[in-house]
Design a protein around this ligand. Structure first.
Ligand code: GLY
Length: 309
């Protein structure tokens, strides 16, 4: 069977290259998903995942991640502050504990016991972005504890004059040569968030869901909105009922449009893969790109469908 790696955003090729190396060496989908996430986490130029991620409102970086191959095989960690690779730690949670999710100090103590090396996550570039944010009088909406983020000019992003907004999760779906599916999500979360906030990415069923019998889906974007509709679980359940991957992710996006009062900065995108290897990506708004690696090579492409043009 031909392998496939599908990941989110235009930094996806970093993930896909690492995942493909594992698959071409005969590795399994799970190993490829972990390697793909680790490559993005270790790249300090990507400011929304791993080392180099933009920090919380208090200037400290916190990372979330998860990994999954089936309902009974998943692991997650939240609020990791001193280790670079939440997905690798999540895999250890899955494989070496009876639990699914570890958070904060407990997750860090577990990582230390498992022999992960501590890392300094805040790069000079991320620190300088945080200082700009902190010194901007618009930065904190004290009534809502909501950080102000610079508005995004979608037209400039579309034409390449501006970079994509600083989100978001790298979400990776892999189908290996045996037809097995796996997925991983990794993020530093919403930039300048309230410390302690956890988004969709490490929550099984929200940022990621995988079921070998039904398919795999993963999300990126505004975590609070994805969580509100159990986005990835909903997409996989649609595929279980027979929907194709594009229809499945569109059900999720339409539900979001129906049930949320969306703000201009809200964005959600989903990717999905079926057990037979069909795949899709769709987004609420323009600006989202996925990276697909299959028999035709690796391409970065705009979402196949955008709901709000
Ligand atoms: N989707 C990433 C987050 O909201 O944290």
């Amino acid at each position: 069977m031909n392998p496939l790696v599908l990941s989110t955003w235009s930094f996806g090729p970093v993930a896909n290259a690492a995942g493909l190396r594992v698959l071409h060496a005969g590795g399994k989908a799970l190993d490829a998903a972990e390697a793909a996430a680790t490559a993005v986490e270790n790249d300090p130029t990507i400011d929304s995942v791993g080392v180099g991620g933009l920090p919380d409102a208090d200037g400290r970086v916190s990372l979330d991640g998860c990994i999954m191959t089936d309902p009974d095989r998943c692991g997650a960690v939240c609020c990791i502050r001193t280790y670079a690779n939440p997905v690798a730690i999540a895999r250890r949670v899955m494989e070496r504990t009876i639990h699914v999710t570890l958070a904060g100090d407990g997750a860090e103590a577990f990582a230390a016991r498992e022999g992960f090396a501590p890392a300094h996550l805040l790069t000079p570039a991320a620190r300088s972005e945080w200082e700009k944010w902190r010194n901007d009088p618009r930065s904190i909406d004290r009534d809502h504890y909501r950080g102000w983020l610079p508005p995004v000019n979608i037209e400039e992003v579309r034409t390449g004059r501006a970079r994509e907004p600083s989100h978001d999760t790298v979400s990776i779906l892999v189908r290996d040569t045996a037809g097995a599916l796996a997925g991983a999500c990794s993020t530093s979360g919403m930039a300048f968030k309230v410390p302690g906030r956890v988004g969709d990415s490490p929550i099984i069923g929200h940022g990621l869901y995988v079921d070998q019998h039904a398919g795999a889906a993963a999300a990126t974007g505004t975590g609070e909105i994805i969580t509100g509709v159990c986005g990835s679980f909903l997409a996989v359940e649609e595929m279980r009922r027979g929907a194709g991957p594009l229809d499945a992710v569109l059900v999720v996006l339409r539900r979001i449009v129906e049930r949320f009062r969306l703000l201009p900065e809200h964005q959600v995108a989903l990717i999905a893969v079926t057990p037979s290897g069909a795949w899709a990506s769709a987004a609420l708004r323009p600006g989202f790109h996925h990276a697909i690696s299959d028999t035709h090579g690796t391409r970065v492409e705009a979402a196949q469908r955008v709901l709000i043009a």
